[in-house]
Design a protein around this ligand. Structure first.
Ligand SMILES: [Zn+2]
Ligand SMILES: [Zn+2]
Length: 277
């Protein structure tokens, strides 16, 4: 526990220090004037204190996530709720599903409170500076919410692609892919791209490498797979891409085609009828 606090302190930048100090100072300023706020139509001082505190908690939670996720870049916490480790998962879920919605609701409630106060008891603000700082805080809050909402949509998109990729990997895996690449459904970092569907990949022609292919066009007998950089061996399943004629192990090219619908060697698109190579 103490080591975690020390590591949070190590990640605490000058900007963080200034930001935290400003929020805590603003909290004290509101508390000092709470008797003057009592004449307001709405308890805007309670909203301000809650909003400042929530932002401090959000920032500290993010710093805790960065410290717990010592192996990754600092933005990883924001980009996925599928974190490695229970503590990191709890931190990410708390950020996205507790603190963020709470701050959103608080900000909307604060907006209505300020509007009500301005309408019925505009003279209750302790000073003009208090009103200006409350309006400025609303602008900061909505900007922060907008930026984080964009990040949230991006996170959902990544999550959707990751789940789609896992489903696709399960469909195309067989003993051949397992022997070369291991259990594909464990590849949690694999994202689907603009590639072919498992059904489209399965419809591509494939052959078996053999030492003697005389009289048959169902086998293949020369070359090297440029994905795994190894020669074809007898019994290997290979695919010759119909658009360009380049050949790869089936277990190598199938994984590639899930992410990209073009030949890894000449970039010829498999959606083309025929490429000039
Ligand atoms: Zn290969
Ligand atoms: Zn090619």
């Amino acid at each position: 526990m103490s080591s975690t606090i020390i590591r949070i302190a190590e990640h605490f930048s000058c900007n963080d220090a200034f930001f935290m100090f400003s929020l805590i100072y603003s909290c004290f300023t509101v508390q000092e004037s709470r008797e003057e706020y009592d004449t307001c139509q709405q308890p805007v001082h309670n909203w301000l204190a809650t909003s400042y505190t929530t932002m401090v908690i959000l920032r500290l939670t993010h710093l805790l996530g960065v410290v717990l996720d010592a192996t990754s870049i600092s933005s990883t916490l924001l980009l996925s709720i599928n974190q490695k480790g229970l503590a990191l998962q709890v931190t990410a879920i708390f950020s996205w599903f507790v603190a963020f919605p709470f701050f959103l609701c608080t900000t909307i409630a604060g907006t209505f409170m300020v509007l009500e106060v301005q309408r019925y008891t505009p003279s209750c603000w302790p000073s003009q500076a208090h009103l200006v700082s409350a309006l400025a805080w609303l602008i900061v809050s909505y900007t922060w919410l907008y930026v984080n909402a964009r990040i949230g949509f991006h996170m959902c998109s990544i999550e959707r692609r990751r789940r789609q990729a896992t489903r696709d990997l399960v469909v195309i895996q067989d003993n051949d892919t397992r022997s070369r690449w291991g259990e594909l459904s464990n590849q949690s970092d694999y994202l689907s791209g603009d590639g072919l569907t498992p059904q489209e990949i399965a419809s591509l022609p494939h052959k078996v490498y053999a030492s003697n292919c005389a009289g048959t066009n169902h086998c293949f007998h020369s070359g090297e797979c440029s994905i795994c950089i190894s020669d074809f061996a007898i019994g290997d399943n290979v695919r010759q891409l119909p658009s360009c004629g380049h050949t790869f192990h089936r277990s190598c090219i199938d994984l590639w085609l899930l992410r990209c619908a073009s030949c890894p060697l000449c970039k010829c698109s498999l959606r083309e009828e025929r490429c000039m190579v």
